[in-house]
Design a protein around this ligand. Structure first.
Ligand SMILES: Cc1cc2nc3c(=O)[nH]c(=O)nc-3n(C[C@H](O)[C@H](O)[C@H](O)COP(=O)(O)O)c2cc1C
Length: 132
C-alpha cells in the first residue's frame, strides 16, 4: 500500500548551507534505499516536502523527522493513500522564501484536510519547482 505525505517545517535558527547539504545528501541516499520518491524544496527558512512510499517506510521517516532538531514546527499538510506514484524519483531544490511562505501558510490553514483541487495545486507546485 502506497502513501503520499506532504509536510512543511521551518529551518532551525542558524541552519547553515552545509546543514542543508547534509540533509539533502542523507535523504537522497536513504530514500533510494527505502523506495521513497518525492521532492524537497527549501528557501533557507522553510521546507516543503512530498514523500511517497510504503506505509512502513513513511511511518519510519516521520519518526525520524519529528526528532530532527535541524527543523521545527513540523506539520503534516496532506496524508493520503495513493494507487500510483506521482513522482518517479527523489529531488531537492531551492525557491525564494517569498515564493514559498505564502502558499505554504495557506495550505497549512486547511489543517491536513486539503480539498482535492488544493491537493492537486500543491502537487503541481512541488512538481514544477526547480530542482537539482
Ligand atoms: C526538512 C527535512 C526533510 C528531510 N527529509 C528526509 C527524507 O526525505 N528522507 C530521509 O531519510 N531523511 C530525511 N530527513 C532527515 C531525517 O530527519 C533524519 O535525520 C535522517 O533520516 C536520519 O537518517 P540516518 O538514520 O541514516 O542518519 C529530513 C530532514 C529534514 C530537516
Amino acid at each position: 500500500v502506497l502513501r503520499q505525505l506532504i509536510f512543511a517545517s521551518r529551518a532551525r535558527t542558524g541552519l547553515r548551507p552545509a546543514d542543508t547539504s547534509a540533509i539533502i545528501g542523507r535523504s537522497r541516499a536513504n530514500n533510494a534505499r527505502d523506495g521513497v520518491t518525492g521532492v524537497l524544496i527549501y528557501s533557507g527558512e522553510s521546507f516543503l516536502q512530498v514523500a511517497e512510499g510504503t506505509d512502513a517506510m513513511l511511518s519510519a521517516l516521520w519518526r525520524r523527522l519529528i526528532v530532527d532538531e535541524r527543523h521545527r514546527h513540523l506539520v503534516s499538510i496532506h496524508d493520503a493513500r495513493i494507487h500510483a506514484r506521482g513522482f518517479v524519483d527523489w529531488r531537492a531544490g531551492y525557491v525564494r522564501e517569498e515564493h514559498l511562505s505564502h502558499p505554504v501558510s495557506r495550505w497549512q490553514s486547511f489543517a491536513a484536510q486539503l480539498p482535492e483541487p488544493e491537493a492537486e495545486a500543491l502537487r503541481a507546485f512541488l512538481r514544477d519547482a526547480e530542482t537539482f
